[in-house]
Write a protein that binds this ligand. Structure first.
Ligand code: F6P
Length: 549
């Protein structure tokens, strides 16, 4: 990367966008919709089974070409090729970034240091398939000879959020007879609550850790091992009642996992991009391998679109550039993901890690301070519930919070007119955010309700909704493995594109390291093994209070 590429805000394309923003300031979306009856057709597109309506953004026909020009100036087309072909995009850890290879067809050829990784990926899928089949057929037995009925996935961050979200999202596709549980937190409540639901003789623990050194995961795995031993498992039984997904197989063997139960992770897969690898085993166990492969195919369909579609028609690129538009030109510091699908409850948490761990960065790829905002806070929840909670702030608060509304056309659970009502709720929210309510409208409404003119004048300002709040609406036929695969891949690529425009390394996460480093001495201080001399007064005071119990 050259010096010139880091000076994003001095680019002519950036300045052109600033000028365009000034023009648009006086043209709210409500007026833009009135002026152009074709706005929905003009600003909607579909790919890989997903349909995106982005017409409720502060844009005209000039906006996307201007944003695309910026993306081109940042080298986006070449970077997309770099992503798929295995260039060293993670430059601080000297690694390629090849989660897309995990969902490529068996015939693909993707090289890392001259070695085609596709056969390794396919061999791992085959290994997963035989493991899953053995468990489903009852051939995998616990220490008393009974078949395994429960699998506890122990992992945190990317080794937890993705599989958890997908198994929740695809619950209607779950198989009978096997139940997956998750333990992530070092809060003892997490593992205690899970252990209380299962039997040691019929449980397999799956240790999910790329590094096999994550404190929370190792501590919980040790508790699981002790629990099995206390229930009567011997040293010989234990290796078969554990499995592991890791890039450190020797560490897993040392822990006591049988070598046949160890699945690889590769340096070229980041934790938050890893659900497509063997980290997806809980998904395959819960849904079956055929559905897991459909999930991969859905993601691959989005990959193909992302790699080949022109920028102006490219779904992840459009969503990414609209995000840049909102953050850097309109001052949004947060972005809400609101899913009108109960099964997609865990999606915001997954996308939060994906995006915030990727683009929560303050220096460019070559280490210079950025002079613009980067990744916003990602948060969200389930509609319609949020409408009776935080939507108030979206409509009338002082912060600008763009929203992605996500809703399937068909529900797995048709009940009365519920889905129609849910859909109406979703549309009413994006409509209200866009059009708002003027003072004159609020006043007229109050007068029509019988209020006196002075009373209407007094109350009307409270009922004004500024509107002009941007949102996207993403729809798909039904929540299926293919749709979920495409949806997650869409957001992965959206994150990638923003990282390219902001000139970030979206694939490292040095920010989380300091807390881990400081945690070790604090553990010693809590245990009284070392003193708190030199420790800041707040931390030392809290350590003291903990020690006093
Ligand atoms: O602490 C953050 C993190 O490094 C994530 O990036 C990662 O997904 C998670 O921890 C778990 O790491 P591991 O799979 O190595 O246990």
């Amino acid at each position: 990367m050259t010096e010139a590429t880091t000076r994003l805000t001095r680019r002519p394309e950036w300045r052109a966008l600033q000028a365009h923003r000034s023009e648009l300031e006086q043209r709210p979306m409500r007026a833009l919709f009135q002026e152009d009856p074709q706005r929905f057709q003009r600003f909607s597109t579909e790919a890989a089974g997903l349909f995106l309506d982005y017409s409720k953004n502060r844009i005209t026909s000039a906006t996307l070409p201007l944003l695309s020009a910026l993306a081109r100036a940042c080298g986006l087309p070449q970077r997309i090729e770099d992503l798929f072909s295995g260039a060293t995009l993670n430059n601080t850890e000297h690694r390629p970034v090849l989660h897309t290879a995990l969902r490529s067809p068996a015939t693909a050829d993707v090289r890392v240091a001259g070695h085609n990784i596709i056969p390794d990926i396919q061999a791992t899928l085959d290994h997963m398939e035989s493991f899953v089949t053995r468990i489903h057929n009852g051939d995998c037995k616990g220490f008393s000879g009974q078949p395994i009925r429960d699998v506890v996935s122990i992992g945190i961050g990317g080794s937890y959020l993705g599989p958890r979200m997908v198994t929740d999202a695809l619950k209607p596709f779950s198989r009978e007879g096997i139940c997956c549980h998750y333990v992530a937190n070092i809060d003892g409540t997490d593992i205690s609550e899970v252990l209380a639901q299962i039997q040691p003789e019929t449980t397999l623990f799956l240790v999910q850790s790329k590094s096999f050194s994550t404190q929370e995961t190792l501590a919980n795995s040790e508790v699981a091992r002790d629990w099995l031993v206390q229930a009567g498992a011997t040293g010989q039984d234990l290796p078969m009642q554990f499995a592991a997904v890791t890039s450190k197989p020797e560490a897993a063997i040392r822990f006591g996992v049988h070598k046949d139960h160890i699945f690889p992770m590769w340096d070229w897969v980041g934790g938050r991009y890893s659900l497509w690898s063997a980290i997806g085993l809980p998904i395959a166990l819960t849904l079956g391998m055929a559905h897991f492969r459909e999930l991969l195919d859905g993601a691959h369909a989005m990959d193909k679109h992302f790699r080949s579609a022109p920028l102006e028609q490219n779904l992840p690129v459009i969503m990414a550039l609209l995000g840049v538009w909102n953050v850097n030109f309109w001052g949004a510091s947060s972005h809400a993901i609101i899913t009108y699908d109960e099964y997609l409850q865990a999606l915001p948490a997954h996308l939060q890690q994906l995006d915030m761990e990727s683009n929560g960065k303050r220096v460019t790829r070559d280490g210079q301070d950025v002079e613009y905002h980067t990744g916003p806070v990602i948060w969200g929840g389930v509609g319609a519930n949020g409408q009776h909670a935080y939507h108030q702030l979206l409509h009338q608060g002082t912060l600008l919070i763009p929203v992605d509304f996500i809703i399937p056309m068909r529900t797995h659970n048709p009940v009365a007119r519920h889905h129609e009502t849910l859909f109406a709720n979703c549309l009413s929210q994006s409509q209200a955010l866009m059009q708002g309510k003027t003072l004159a409208e609020a006043r007229a409404e109050l007068m029509a309700d019988g209020l006196s003119a002075p009373d209407a004048d007094w109350l009307a300002p409270h009922k004004v909704i500024p509107g002009n709040k941007p949102s996207n609406t993403l729809t798909f036929d039904q929540t299926t493995p293919a749709a979920i695969g495409a949806l997650i891949a869409l957001y992965e690529h959206r994150t990638f594109v923003q990282g390219i425009v902001w000139n970030l390394n979206s694939f490292d996460q040095w920010g989380v390291e300091l807390g881990k480093q400081l945690g070790k001495p604090i553990m010693a201080q809590l245990a009284g093994e070392s003193g708190t001399e030199g420790v800041d007064a707040s931390t030392a005071g809290l350590i003291e209070r903990f020690r006093k119990g």
